[in-house]
Design a protein around this ligand. Structure first.
Ligand code: DGY
Length: 323
């Protein structure tokens, strides 16, 4: 008999067909008002879950006593209680690697858009304000040749370092749990304490995973250490930054600007003060959101799920101690 899975993220026809050939799939559309109720109904029979952006709390997991695997279509696993899943004997998998380059592209898109005021000035043109050539009031700031400070030197941090050093002739500074000699050799990067990086970088890019030790990593004190002309780029998680302190710093022009793809509350509320600020570029968590990368992530999650349900070690196992 086929195992049963609950799918709560839309898949391409090809991937869905591949999945349906091997397991019985119950589709739950979490965007619908009855999504959560339908998920609850489906959980008791489920051996696997495949989806993203759902906080799987213990009340939901209690409904799924047969659950063997949760295949997340994401690299970040901060919305799962890994210890609880482990205690229950449920494997958790993620989708690293396939989104690295795309997410680094997003970081650079935000960095460039904020530095060169792309969104603000494109709106200005659309609104019919371009009547004469521009003066300094509309100038941006250079990216090439500046100092790129990367907080978190994992795969995405390294992909940013490569773009900065090779593409834009930037000096790369980084802070991570430990120095990475291979990154230093490849990109001429320099390891710094977080405080030193904040004080020296023209662009501070956050790429750390959200955890107890990175929540609120950048607060009022850290923003106060940044140079007034510096720009903060967050492609990590909203909660890595104290958003209220950031709003204060941006309002006071304590820093030049921020390019933000992630927020404490997502979707970002329409009345968020961040949306009132012309020195902010806000995007809707598009880090990995390209056709190619989302398909690759979904494929990776399907492979993880099918491996786990057939008794093999899934390629991207997050929870420890299996098989
Ligand atoms: C991830 O995979 O964790 C990303 O944030 C989702 O785009």
């Amino acid at each position: 008999m086929k195992k049963r899975i609950v799918l709560y993220k839309r898949l391409s026809e090809g991937l869905l067909a591949q999945l349906q050939a091997q397991v019985e799939v119950t589709w739950v559309d979490m965007a619908k008002p009855d999504g959560l109720a339908r998920l609850r109904d489906a959980l008791p029979g489920a051996h696997g879950l495949l989806g993203a952006s759902l906080r799987l709390d213990s009340a939901l997991l209690d409904l799924a006593p047969q659950l063997e695997v949760v295949a997340s279509v994401s690299v970040g696993v901060d919305n799962y209680d890994i210890n609880d899943l482990h205690r229950r004997g449920v494997m958790l998998t993620n989708t690293p690697d396939v989104l690295t380059e795309t997410t680094a592209d997003t970081g650079f898109a935000l960095l460039l858009a904020t530095a060169r005021r792309v969104v603000e000035l494109a709106g200005w043109v659309r609104d019919g304000h371009w009547q004469a050539s521009l003066g300094p009031a509309h100038f941006g700031t250079d990216v090439h040749g500046k100092r790129l400070g990367i907080v978190g030197m994992g795969r995405i941090g390294e992909a940013l370092a490569r773009r900065g050093a090779a593409g834009f002739g930037m000096q790369v500074l980084y802070h991570s749990q430990r120095p990475k000699p291979q990154v230093e050799a490849r990109y001429g990067a320099r390891y710094c304490t977080l405080d030193a990086l904040l004080g020296e970088a023209d662009y501070v890019c956050l790429t750390v995973p959200l955890s107890a030790s990175t929540e609120g990593l950048i607060g009022a004190r850290e923003l106060g250490l940044m140079k007034p002309e510096a720009i903060l780029v967050n492609i990590a998680r909203g909660r890595v930054v104290d958003e209220a302190a950031l709003i204060k710093a941006l309002r006071a022009r304590r820093i030049r600007g921020a390019g933000l793809d992630v927020f404490v509350q997502e979707p970002l509320a329409q009345d968020s003060p961040l949306l009132q600020l012309d020195n902010v570029v806000a995007t809707p968590h598009i880090g990995s959101a390209t056709h190619e990368t989302r398909e690759a992530m979904a494929r990776c999650a399907v492979d993880n799920l099918l491996a786990a349900l057939s008794g093999q070690r899934p390629p991207n196992l997050v929870t420890p101690g299996y098989i």
